[in-house]
Design a protein around this ligand. Structure first.
Ligand code: ATP
Length: 775
């Protein structure tokens, strides 16, 4: 199935059905297959009904938009007459409704649906050309201030060139947002570039994928060994490898992967020589960086080298230590008395070493006293330097000396709770603008004396570099994390590499203090960590149970446990089901469905809203999937649906879901619902940095591909009070004894050991997109 090329037969010559998309009934991402209902507006086929179901291999289309579909009618045994779509294109607004939709889209700030309707009521179907000819026609529109009218006119003028291009781009089925991005990149060259070399989109339009460009190129009969095809494939492979956590690809491996992607049965095959030439060309044009036998995407090349050079810079600085050992002993002694604990030897060493180091790593498993040591360091530093630890004693002229941060909102919140001090996410600390730039950097560094970053195992190489760029020379830094947890979702394994390089002072806490309070969860965690977990480790205890279950019983069992835990008075927010996979019969999606049906079933007094295969309902527990700093919500935040609005109930005229995240309400128009998903069950990866009172962990054979020691260790260390593992005992025991063999390609450890510090051109570094733009 293709979208129509620019040089197709005219609409009249081919069978077509023109219609407004009513509803996407089904979409299968993997198969790229969709079913939708349309309201028929026009057709040259023999068909007189108003409603029609269409199906074919196309991306989700936008509801309310008009498209022309080419294809043929098929009679389905069960569902009757349907239109099997071969090609489609989108129709620009020509009706009043279409123009209202267009004017109230994101393109025109400050124009909502009501205002757009008033304008179109007054100016009719020629609205756009009438405004462009004479903006004064807007003067007569009720409730449209002059300022807004002027803004609208200016925006329309700006989009005029875009409009022209959009008509053509729409034939490829591109939505407004993507068309805008393409136009921004190429302006009036857009059409010629697309027709001559669609692979340019991969290089210049953020997030534009190779396969899409390849599809367009096939329509234009571009040769399979076209140089830009090879280059685009190489970039695509690097982006793909980054999603698997690699910071670079060995050149050889990159070549092999590109060769497999491009040749795929094609004759004559593209030679390695040709491929190498194009990789070198990419390097010359700085779309990639080639360092010895490694190929990097620019953002990651700068991140790895930049991070190393900042580590060197910070370690080179001298540190004034004026206190004596006796001073330290006295302060720690007083603290021990106050807290009624006695610091272990390694804890005492950690405090002392951190105070004497510019940069130190503190690592250890759960309950080994990392937080206790953080508090110890802050108090001792404050006493020795005679500074207050009360944030209220400070203002913008005299900034608070202690900066506490963590990679996720939940981890930062936990840090605040455990230390009693303000902590923020790293993104917020650095003043992230939501796209690619941070307010804090080497020219505008952080204010403060001591920076403590918790959950550092979750920090990828790109964010680590952004953070370290903003650290001034006179700041002391403590990185805290558990090296046995999963590595970051983004590229690299920064904490593990820093520790393995042995170039930084570090302290590893091994004695478990929480175990002394009789925690089976902590005991199990340490048994897994020390490869000492056996069937005996899974015996019942006051905070732990293992419930054996077969795969077909799992969904019901997990749901029952959640229900029982709620009946005992636990808040749904404190109960978390964690699973490693999304799409199996007992995957995250299915478990969410099953739990929702029991905990928050359909009810006539509860509104719901269907979004593809998922039904969202008032009262549902949901998780945010992307960072959305403009609304103050971040990837991994958990909230509850508190309202669902119908299109006619709000000024924007679209269906909306309102989610409450700990008192902060965020409104999602229906089209943005892919930013959230149900969170009765979430992935173990997403749970990093969070803790829950009760964790329910299903483990079965069909998860086998994912079951690894660090994954299961991360999952069980999320639970504070109670852990229930259910499923297959053998699968669990096999999982905890399987180490993660997927080594990530990173050069950080070696670079830290090299004598010559890495050089980075900071000006070039500024321009780089973040890896998340591709992930
Ligand atoms: N030296 C000590 N003597 C007695 N109790 C201690 C000592 N150190 C820590 N604890 C106690 O052990 C428990 C765990 O300590 P802490 O929270 O500091 O560990 P942690 O490594 O931060 O754990 P987690 O990573 O699980 O949050 C706390 O209740 C703490 O008060």
């Amino acid at each position: 199935m293709t979208q129509q090329s620019l040089f197709n037969e005219t609409m009249e010559e081919r069978p077509y059905v023109k219609g407004e998309l009513g509803r996407m009934i089904f979409h299968n991402e993997a198969e790229h297959f969709s079913i939708a209902s349309i309201k028929v507006k026009d057709t040259n086929e023999e068909f007189n009904e108003k409603d029609l179901v269409i199906k074919g291999h196309f991306s989700p289309l936008e509801e309310g938009e008009t498209y022309i579909f080419h294809g043929e009618f098929k009679n389905h045994k069960k569902f009757g007459l349907q239109y099997e779509v071969e090609m489609y294109n989108r129709v620009l607004p020509e009706t009043k409704d279409g123009i209202v939709l267009y004017l109230s889209s994101d393109l025109f700030h400050g124009i909502g649906k009501k205002t757009a309707e008033r304008i179109v009521d007054e100016l009719g179907e020629q609205t756009i050309s009438r405004i462009l000819e004479n903006p004064e026609v807007l003067d007569g529109i009720p409730k449209l201030p002059k300022e807004k009218a002027e803004q609208l006119y200016q925006a329309l003028k700006e989009h005029q060139g875009f409009e022209h291009v959009m008509i053509h781009l729409s034939q490829y089925g591109f939505g407004l947002k993507l068309a805008q991005k393409i136009y921004q990149a190429f302006q009036d060259q857009t059409l010629s570039i697309i027709e001559e070399d669609p692979y340019q989109l991969v290089f210049h339009v953020e997030g534009f994928g190779f396969h899409r460009a390849d599809e367009m190129a096939r329509m234009q009969n571009l040769s399979h060994d076209h140089p830009t095809r090879i280059r685009a494939a190489c970039l695509y492979m690097l982006q793909k490898s980054m999603s698997s956590g690699h910071v670079y690809l060995p050149t050889e491996e990159c070549l092999v992967q590109v060769e497999q992607l491009l040749n795929n049965g094609v004759d004559p095959a593209i030679t390695f020589e040709k491929l190498s030439e194009q990789i070198i060309h990419l390097g010359e044009e700085r779309f990639v960086y080639i360092e010895d036998d490694r190929v990097y995407l620019p953002s990651l090349y700068f991140a790895e080298n930049g991070f190393c050079s900042h580590i060197d810079r910070i370690l080179e600085q001298d540190i004034d230590v004026e206190h004596t050992q006796a001073d330290l002993m006295k302060i720690i002694g007083d603290m021990e008395e106050e807290e009624a604990i006695s610091y272990g030897e390694d804890q005492f060493n950690a405090i002392e070493k951190a105070l004497h180091s510019k940069l130190m790593i503190l690592t250890g498993g759960p309950g080994t006293g990392k937080t206790t040591v953080i508090k110890g360091i802050i108090h001792t530093y404050a006493e020795l330097n005679e500074v207050s630890i009360d944030p209220d004693d400070y203002d913008s002229d005299k900034p608070f000396p202690f900066i506490l941060a963590a990679p996720t909102g939940r981890a930062a919140k936990r840090m605040t709770e455990s230390t009693g001090m303000p902590a923020s996410t790293i993104h917020r600390l650095l003043g992230w603008d939501g796209h690619n730039s941070f307010e804090r950097n080497q020219n505008n560094p952080l204010d403060g004396k001591v920076l403590i970053v918790d959950e550092f195992s979750m920090v990828d190489i790109w964010l680590a570099n952004q953070l370290f760029r903003a650290i001034p020379d006179d700041m002391q830094v403590l990185l805290v994390g558990d090296e046995d947890q999963l590595p970051s979702v983004g590229p690299g394994q920064v904490l593990a590499d820093l520790l393995a390089s042995q170039q930084l002072p570090s302290v590893k806490l091994t004695e478990v203090y929480r175990q002394k309070e009789g925690s089976k969860i902590i005991q199990l965690a340490h048994e897994i960590k020390n490869d000492a977990c056996t069937a005996n480790s899974l015996g019942k205890d006051h905070d732990f149970s293992f419930i054996a279950a077969r795969e077909h019983q799992l969904s019901e069992l997990v749901t029952n446990i959640v229900q029982k835990a709620m009946e005992k008075g636990n808040d749904l927010r404190d109960i978390q089901v964690l699973a490693p996979m999304y799409r199996t019969d007992v995957g995250i999606h299915k478990l969410n469905e099953s739990i929702q049906q029991t905990i928050n079933p359909k009810h006539r007094q509860k509104r719901d809203l269907k979004f593809y295969e998922v039904t969202y309902r008032k009262g549902d527990k949901v998780i945010q999937l992307v960072n959305q700093p403009e609304d103050g919500v971040y990837n991994g935040d958990i909230g509850e649906i508190v309202a669902i609005f119908r299109a006619e109930e709000n000024v924007d005229g679209v269906e909306q879901v309102v989610v409450d995240f700990d008192g902060k309400e965020v409104v999602y128009p229906k089209k943005d619902l892919n930013s959230i998903m149900h969170a009765y069950c979430t992935s173990i990866h997403k749970s990093q940095g969070s803790e829950f009172s009760i964790v329910i962990l299903p483990v079965v054979r069909s998860y086998r591909r994912m079951l690894r020691k660090n994954l299961l260790y991360t999952a069980i260390t999320r639970s504070k009070q109670s852990l229930i593992i259910c499923g297959d005992r053998e699968a669990f025991l096999d999982g905890v004894s399987a180490t993660d063999t997927n080594t990530r390609y990173t050069r950080l450890k070696e670079k830290l050991k090299e004598d010559t510090p890495s050089e980075v051109d900071t000006e070039e570094e500024e321009d780089q997109l973040s890896p998340y733009d591709f992930m």
